[in-house]
Structure formats: C-alpha cells, structure tokens
Design a binder for this molecule. Structure first.
Ligand code: MV4
Length: 620
C-alpha cells in the first residue's frame, strides 16, 4: 500500500529500514545531515534529501523533516530508534500533514513516556510493578514514612526520568534528604520536572524485556523475551534470547503479562516492555514504543521480520500470524560493537575506520552502516555494527559469536571486540549468571587480568585494541611512540604467517612535528610512512583535542570545560595536563602539545564549547 517511505534516521537502523523497503518494493527516502553526506544510508536509499543544521539537531528538526516528506511525496515516515522515534509531537505532526507515522499512536507514546503514567497504566492492567508509590512525594518526611512501609533500600526516581538519570538509591534515614534533593535536581535539569516518586529498590535485578506487536484490529502477540542484563552505565553491550536459566513458569507469566499490558493500551506497532526480574518475581519497568537496537536476535529466533511487520501494521493490515504460530527456535546473541576503548573506561573513540571487513559466515548477521574510510563522528552514538549469531543451543550460539568476532576486522579505532571476546569466555557468562551488576561489579573488576589474553585479537580487529604502549621518555630524548599496527603476510619455510607490525618511532623532525601534530600528544606524521588516510598515528589517550597549530589546545568535539588546571603565564612541560574536558558523558584530560608558557586561556570552567574551539595557547 505504501509507495514511498521516508526514514527519519541515520546509521545502521536507517540501512535496516531501507533494506526492508527494498524487499517490499517500496521507494525509500533518506535524509542526511552535513557530515552524513557520504553515509551508507544515503547511498542505499532511492532518494536522499539534505537536512541543514547541526549534526544531531538536523535529525530532530520536525518542521524540516515534514517539509522534505512533502516535497518527496512520501506516504509514511519510519523514525527508527533514538532521535524522534518516541516523540509524540513528531507523530502528531506526521498525522497532521497526512503522513502515516510508523509506530504507535501519539497518545500511547506520550503515556509510555512518563514513568508514573506507564506504571499506573500497567498496574491497572494487572501487570506487576515494583512496590512503591504512583503519586509524587515532595518531602523527606514522606520518604522516611514510606521506608517504614516498604523497608530500605528505596529508589527515588524522577517521574519524567529514564535511562538511569534522575534515580537515587537510599539505604537509611540519614541519607534521605540528599537523595531526594539529588533526584529532584536531576529531574529538573534533564527532564524539566522535579516530580519524584518512590519504589522499593531491587539489588542487581536481571533486565529482561518482551517484544510485542499489536495491529489496528486489536490483535496482540509477543515474540518472546530478550535478556539485556549485560550493560555498563545503562549502555547495553550484549543481548541474548532466550534468557538463560529463566524458570519456565516465570517466563510464561512474564510473556502473558506483557501481552495483557499491551492489549490494555490498545497498542499498535512494535514495542518492548522492559521488566526487572529478581528471584521468582518480575516487575514492569518501562515500555519502549519503537523498534529496538537488539530486535535482530528476536528475528533470528522467531523468523518474524519486525521492521516489515511495523510497515504492514502501519498500512492497516492485520498481523499475518497468530500467537501459537510463533515459536522460539534456537538461541541468538547480539554484540554491540562500539568505537570505544574498553581499556580506558569505554571512552568513545571517534576517528576514521581505515579497514572494515565483516565476517561472511553461516548463521551470522551483521547490521551496520560502516565501510572502510567511514569516519566515526563524536556527536553520534559510537555503535559501529551489531554482530548477531544464531545456534541451536546457547553453547553453539556462543561459539559462533566468538568465531564471527574473530573474523570481524575493524582497524583505525578502538572497539569493544576484545571486551566481547572476554565476556564470551567468562565462566559466569558461560553459566548464564548475568545480572545488571555483572559487567561493572564482576567482569570489569577482573578486566586487567583478562585483557592480555585478548590483546592478540588486535591483529584482526581494532588497531588499538592492544594495551596502550607507554611512551618512553629518557633523559633528553624525544618521546618515542608506537605506530598503529599494519598487517603483512610473510612466508617462512613455505608456511604463511599473518603478522601485525607496529613501529617505535622517535620524534625528531621538530618543524614537521609542530605543523602536523594532531593533538596535545606530540604526534608526528610518521617519517617514511605513506601519505593519506591512516598515515599519521592518532593519539589514543587524549582523543578530545585535535590538530591545533603550534601550541594550540582545541576541543575535538562539542563539550563542556570542567576545570582549568593552569593560569596564564604558567610554565608547562609537554604532556602536562591543562584542561579537564567533558564530552559524550566522558571526562578527558587535554594536555600541552609542547612545553612553553601559557599565553592565553580562552575559556572558563563551565563553558560549553563547539568542535574545534580554541581553548588555550602556549608560546615558547
Ligand atoms: C531500578 C532498579 C532497582 N530497583 N528500580 C536503571 C535505569 C532505569 N530505567 C531503571 N533502572 C533501575 N531501576 C528499582 N526499584 C535497578 C535499575 C537498574 C537497571 C535497570 C534495568 C537495566 C539495567 C539497570 C542497571 C542498573 C540499575
């Protein structure tokens, strides 16, 4: 029925939706921001339309996207995930202009966007919610009163919150005042409302979610569960289905509750109900009203194409199958491969992917928008690709995931591949003993002991996955630094070896250094190395500064100046810390690119700065 769909998104999910359109013989319209001109989704779509504005703002610009939809003459708009996907105003704007929004109704989206309202709706539908209040609390006395009813620990949550923001855990009366004001403050600053409510706090629950589909004829089905417990600071790292060691009776109750809740909402389109599972209890947490990043593992085990179903539902068609026609077949695992360095607290690591090659293997699917030469940009999320593997058993899925990870080649930026390999080999993961505390409290605590075993994988995957070489500075010597490894094939006595070579280079050509230095790290263009892409080593430890002229410290991405450690006139050594900078939720230290005297400081603590902004200068 639809002839043309606009995809209001970028990256791998835009590619995923375009490919579904192609299969359905529906024309696809991509939109792109300035820096996304060469992106895969732009090349792949039948048409591509430019969105002006800042890189992120462009994809959030409702008026501009509606304007493009009119000019391109589309029937419907698919919002993907993130960006405008859960924005009810956008869904309303689509409808008001005659475009079908591929998602649920704006009213349901709005209701599920509020923690208190969704909690209330689910409780009314008979879906278990965490014991606590649905009405807001305002005073510490009320919280302490509730503590006598529910017992500590309690969670104080911002009503409008989500994603771990605006939540405080309180374990005793003395801490209530601080926790309450903290949650209220965060609610006000992130979500524009200081309203908070109380829940009993569950210690390290499992995070299990249920995929549902509802059509416009009142039919609702679930597509079983996904275990998303493996996360770090609310960023999911690996998802699997079915959930390991989940009691079958508990699972049946969970799936039934999800369908019951979805029916009560008269929900249409694909959605996900998130639950916390603790012991033999489960509790509704929130509902996501979009297609999710991890939808492929459900597709692999049920055979249902979730994006195609979203489109069919939006066309007004009834679901083409009944619940009892859906079975969960085998086991699937998804690894979210991010441009982040697990050796540095998962610091985002933007830069150019100098070499990218996906595994081509049976039972493996890779969803991606990457290519060799793709530049990972600091203002978008750092997801490079999703590697998904299927097996008849969990063990087979793990083995195939491991083999596929070793055949995924990503050079030029650090990636989470070594982390994923370590996790797949971890006895606790192998035994299926993973809860929401596992990565941070268990695996990462043992990380330093584990990582050396996976450093060798750097020959085929991330060039900088190997532990950071320490720059050696001997009395008066110029710093020596290891280049990014390059791969060679060497034949020795008939046997072919693949070797990865990185060179130790001395920084000698002073003039060259100052002209081509990439950051506050004294990074020279490598003498004798080929020009062009990948020729210059990029600093791994301070990615948040970029090519300044001599003695300049600049912001490599939009961010906030947290602290300034020196004053004008101060004598500084090369490599000395000058500014603490925060971007993409990560703090980094900006260091002096050379020794000298601080001749200018252009910013103060608290300043928001844009990419490339000059922050400080150093003179000889
Ligand atoms: C909780 C909780 C324990 N008890 N609420 C974190 C994100 C936010 N959306 C809800 N979160 C939690 N709420 C109560 N009453 C533990 C978490 C939690 C969590 C939940 C789901 C997935 C990962 C998590 C990681 C840490 C904490």
């Amino acid at each position: 029925m639809f002839k043309k769909i606009l995809i209001a998104n970028r990256g791998e999910i835009a590619v995923r939706v375009i490919l579904a359109c192609r299969e359905l013989d529906i024309a696809s319209v991509a939109v792109y921001s300035d820096p996304d001109k060469d992106a895969r989704h732009v090349r792949l779509a039948d048409e591509a339309w430019h969105l002006s504005g800042q890189p992120v703002q462009a994809y959030l610009d409702i008026n501009q996207i509606i304007e493009v939809a009119k000019q391109a003459g589309v029937d419907a708009i698919h919002p993907g995930y993130g960006f405008l996907s859960e924005n009810s105003n956008f869904a309303r704007a689509c409808a008001a202009n005659g475009f079908k929004f591929i998602g649920p109704s704006p009213d349901v989206m709005q209701k599920m966007g509020s923690k208190v309202e969704s909690r209330r709706a689910m409780a009314e539908a008979g879906v278990p919610v965490v014991p606590g209040t649905t009405d807001p609390v305002t005073t510490a006395a009320e919280v302490k009163e509730l503590a006598t009813k529910y017992g500590y620990p309690l969670a104080i949550k911002a009503s409008a919150g989500g994603g771990g923001r605006g939540m405080r855990v309180v374990r005793r009366d003395e801490d209530v005042e601080n926790a309450l004001s903290g949650a209220q403050r965060e609610g006000a600053s992130y979500f524009g409302s200081n309203e908070v409510y109380i829940e009993k706090y569950l210690d390290k629950p499992r995070h299990i979610e249920v995929q549902v589909l509802g059509d416009e004829h009142g039919n609702v089905v679930h597509l079983f569960e996904r275990d998303c417990s493996s996360q770090r600071r609310h960023q999911k790292l690996l998802e699997e289905t079915p959930a390991a060691n989940l009691d079958s009776a508990l699972k049946a109750r969970l799936l039934e509750a999800a369908v019951k809740g979805t029916k009560a909402l008269r929900y249409t389109s694909a959605g996900t109900l998130e639950f916390m599972v603790a012991g033999d209890q489960f509790y509704f947490l929130e509902m996501n009203t979009r297609v999710q990043v991890e939808h492929p593992i459900t597709e692999m085990t049920t055979g249902v194409d979730i994006v195609k179903e979203q489109i069919a539902i939006a066309e007004g068609r009834p679901l083409s199958f009944k619940q009892d026609e859906i079975t969960q077949h085998g086991h699937a695992i998804e690894c979210r491969i991010n441009a982040e360095d697990p050796n540095k607290n998962f610091m985002p690591n933007p830069g150019e992917i100098t070499n990218y090659k996906e595994p081509s293997m049976p039972w493996v699917r890779v969803d991606s928008a990457c290519y060799s030469g793709y530049k990972v940009m600091p203002f978008y999320d750092s997801l490079l690709c999703k590697l998904v593997a299927w097996g008849r058993t969990r063990k087979e899925a793990i083995d195939r995931t491991r083999a596929a990870l070793k055949n995924l080649k990503i050079e030029g930026v650090s990636t989470t591949i070594p982390f994923h390999l370590a996790m797949l080999d971890d006895p606790a993961f192998e035994a299926g003993r993973v809860d929401t505390g596992y990565v941070e409290n268990d695996l990462m605590k043992r990380w330093k002991g584990i990582v050396s075993r996976y450093a060798g994988v750097a020959t085929t995957s991330g060039a900088k996955n190997a532990p950071e070489p320490t720059p050696e500075l001997k009395n008066g010597d110029a710093p020596r630094r290891r280049t990014e490894p390059r791969s060679f094939e060497v034949e020795v006595n008939r046997r072919l070896y693949q070797v990865s070579v990185s060179e130790l280079v001395q920084e000698h050509a002073r003039e060259q250094v100052s002209r081509t230095s990439l950051s506050g790290q004294n990074q020279p263009r490598l003498p004798g190395s080929p020009g062009g892409r990948g020729a210059a080593a990029r600093p791994a430890s301070a990615p948040h500064t970029v090519a300044g002229g001599p003695g300049e410290i600049r912001a490599a991405m939009n961010g906030v100046v947290k602290q300034i450690l020196v004053s004008v006139g101060a004598k500084v050594d090369p490599g000395q810390r000058i500014i603490i900078f925060e971007a993409m939720k990560m703090e980094s230290e900006l260091v002096a690119p050379k020794g000298g005297t601080i001749s200018g400081i252009m910013v103060k603590a608290g300043d928001t700065v844009e990419t490339d902004a000059l922050l400080a200068t150093i003179s000889d």
